[in-house]
Write a protein that binds this ligand. Structure first.
Ligand SMILES: Nc1ncnc2c1ncn2[C@@H]1O[C@H](COP(=O)(O)OP(=O)(O)OP(=O)(O)O)[C@@H](O)[C@H]1O
Length: 253
């Protein structure tokens, strides 16, 4: 579904990603982890087709998708989106349907239903008529996710989708993504700072450090005390949870 090979990105003439490779199959969940400034957001933006790059990015076996075709294939939710303050939650979510609405056409009832369902799934139904400028940080983050879901693209690229959310809504969003990949075969790539969450939900972790892939594989292979110490400068202990997935605990120095 997603194949990235030899990806390189320059920002302000400085290489921030080098020789990055990644592959993700249908219905899989990949979490991109790594320290601040490692290049995680840049990687998502390059896969989404938003940044010039060297190397290859293939989505559904195709390179260089553009415009509506790309928007029907990939939904991307940025870490810090700029939101139009005066737009209502419903109208913003409906923007996710744009790639499905004919040029110069109007949305159909089915599009409004899809937008309504996305809002319901994210606990936002009661806010449908509220302007974005009057929403809290966590509510706004959920609206951005609702718009991405309304796009109904088979690939979801979500940059730190849970940072502003309270614990209950973090769990709700992560469970929803898991359900969507299992039941609808969506391919999910998220960046996640919370290594515990990443190890709990993703089936593959890609550790990016200094613009390169330092390690990738199942959570138990990537979330080791050695790798976390070397790349995050954090001292942790790692135990196997009941499902065999790694559970991290911070150790006091
Ligand atoms: N618009 C930009 N112009 C120039 N340099 C940028 C830009 N955005 C990011 N960078 C630089 O590119 C590098 C990678 O940034 P990126 O945002 O991809 O890191 P990240 O791993 O997502 O970090 P964080 O965990 O802090 O969100 C950093 O050195 C950053 O300073």
């Amino acid at each position: 579904m997603i194949a990235v090979e030899g990806l390189g990105v320059l920002r302000d003439g400085r290489p921030v990603l080098r020789e990055v490779g990644l592959s993700a199959g249908e219905g899989s969940w990949t979490a991109v982890i790594g320290p601040n400034g490692a290049g995680k957001s840049t990687l998502l933006q390059a896969i989404a087709g938003l940044l010039p790059h060297t190397g290859h990015v293939r989505l559904n076996g195709r390179k260089g998708l553009r415009g509506r075709e790309r928007a029907r294939t990939v939904a991307y939710a940025p870490q810090n989106p700029v939101l139009p303050e005066d737009l209502t939650v419903f109208d913003y979510t409906l923007l996710g349907r744009s790639p499905h609405i004919p040029y110069l056409g109007r949305e159909r009832t089915a599009d409004r239903e899809v937008a309504g369902r996305a809002l319901r799934r994210l606990d936002l139904e009661e806010f449908a008529g509220r302007r974005l400028g009057r929403m809290s940080g966590g509510e706004r983050q959920r609206v951005v996710l609702a718009r991405a879901l309304a796009q109904e693209a088979p690939i979801l690229l979500l940059d730190e989708p849970t940072t502003a959310l309270d614990l209950g809504h973090q769990q709700q969003v992560l469970e929803l993504l898991d359900e969507l990949r299992v039941t609808e075969g969506l391919t999910v790539i998220t960046t996640l700072h919370d290594l515990g969450m990443a190890g709990r939900y993703a089936d593959t972790l890609v550790l990016v450090s200094g613009g390169r892939v330092a390690a990738s594989g199942p959570p138990a292979e990537v979330l080791t005390a050695e790798l976390v110490g070397a790349h995050f400068g954090a001292r942790v202990s790692v135990a196997a949870g009941p499902d065999g997935r790694p559970v991290l605990s911070l150790e006091r120095p």
